[in-house]
Design a protein around this ligand. Sequence first.
Ligand code: HEC
Length: 306
Amino acid sequence: MPVHSVPDRRGTAQRRRKLATLAGLCVAVGVMTTLVSYSVTLYRLFCQVTGAGGYTARAATDTATQSSRMVTVAFNTNVAPGMPWRFEPVQRQVRVHLGQDALVFFEAENLSDAPVVGHATFNVTPEKVGAYFKKIQCFCFTEERLAAHQKVEMPVDFFVDPRMGSDANTADVQTITLSYTFFTSRQPNDAEDLARFDQAQPSAAAGRELFATVCSTCHSLNANKIGPPLNGVVGRQAGSVSGYPYSSALTQAQVVWNAATLDKWLTNPRGFIPGTTMPLSIPDKVRRRDIIAYLETLQPRSGGPS
Ligand code: HEC
């Protein structure tokens, strides 16, 4: 059984208690919903090490539990009056199948000249779908410190329980809104440093989810789509998959794909190889690193160019 497919509330609560004891950091909030956000660090330290989160198991099994019904999940952010932070969703909304794992990002920036400790709360509307908005392993928008003028991206991993599809009461729901509000903390001494989001180890599992939401519109692993197939791309000469109609810029580029060249490419494809037709760029270095970690796991396709 997929680790995440039957996230009954009791199991989730138990897991939370366990993690809270283990880490002394994870706190259950949100009695009415089971949404939990997590920090990359806690997630990787506690969930991966203890197996409590089952990140890879989830990533490997999520397609099996998806339903064909889709919903739009929209993101909304607020900052309490007087708090000198900018806080915004990186993407306004995503469209997901029920049961599909999605990874989204929120960006926070301290606009002041002094460190500020913040604390987030969230809610999900309409209220009747709150119980289906799941779950994510570790919770941790606890007390968060941002140094003066520091900016970070914070990940939130979620899925909408496929059981929502059989609840007639929610049949009219097209859009679910997740709202976060940041407040100035009342317990600033407990703060964790948000800089940890920049220091976390690369995660191929997070990269796989990003690939599914960001790259797979244009790329598949083994077939031509809008872009060329990407299986085995690491170590491959740019523009070398036979049968894909590359731009002449890419076929003449004399570039071999590795972590360094992929990082330049994803930062700004047209800056790195002028004339290429790939329109997308990934400005965030943590996300680029995760995507590249995922690409490094892909096997060269059989019969492809060596
Ligand atoms: C909107 C469509 C689109 C999206 C989204 C997109 N790509 Fe591309 N990609 C292309 C096209 C088109 C090309 C071929 C470019 C050319 O021929 O100049 C390409 C080429 C590439 C190449 C070069 C492959 C080779 O064989 O040389 C890599 C690597 C790549 N993309 C990675 C990615 C990754 C990783 C993502 C997600 C972060 C992504 N792309 C998202 C359209 C896209």
